[in-house]
Design a protein. Structure first.
Length: 183
């Protein structure tokens, strides 16, 4: 190609390609890419924080669930234990009543007394405690009033005598004490 043809060819090339379209302005394209990447990063960080928060909530809910199940199991166990003790208490009452009316120096009565003590020790080891009521102020949470009687020896609204012993298992009243109360 000659110089004239070469020069003419260069002019045609420059005329067919506008300068603004063919070559990007320096710094414009990288800034757009950087902005797009920054927005993608911010979006990904937002999702990651959201996922982390959801995970933390799930963990907390699971821990609360485990604690609730353990507490429910303990309550169920205590309730079942209390139900069994309630069934044993009438037997203990009968044995104690038999000991109150026993003949003096009878060998079988000593055997019954030993059985009563074993039963009482077994119940105490399980956390069952007798409600001490005689002479105490009447409390409907622990006592069941059978009668209200006038009494010169005992202050008003205090327990004169215990008709049937009451028991607690931990904080729970298994059976209230049946008592006679002074007026």
């Amino acid at each position: 190609m000659t110089d004239k043809k070469k020069h003419k060819h260069e002019e045609e090339v420059t005329e067919t390609q506008p300068a603004a379209e063919s070559a990007p302005v320096e710094g414009e394209q990288p800034n757009a890419e950087v902005e797009a990447l920054k927005s993608q990063l911010a979006e990904a960080e937002s999702r990651a924080a959201e996922y982390k928060d959801g995970w933390a909530r799930s963990q907390a809910e699971f821990q609360n669930y485990k604690k609730r199940i353990e507490r429910d199991n303990e309550l169920t166990y205590a309730s079942m234990k209390g139900d069994i003790v309630k069934k044993v208490l009438p037997v203990l009452d009968d044995l104690e009543l038999a000991l109150q009316n026993r003949p003096a120096d009878d060998a079988w009565a000593n055997g019954i007394e030993l059985i009563v003590r074993k039963l009482q020790n077994m119940l105490e080891s399980e956390g069952v405690k007798r409600i001490e009521a005689k002479g105490a102020a009447f409390d409907p949470n622990f006592h069941e009033a059978i009668t209200h009687e006038p009494s010169a020896e005992v202050e008003s609204e205090h327990v004169i005598d215990v008709v049937r012993n009451g028991y607690t298992l931990g904080e729970r009243v298994i059976r209230p004490a049946s008592v006679r109360v002074a007026q």
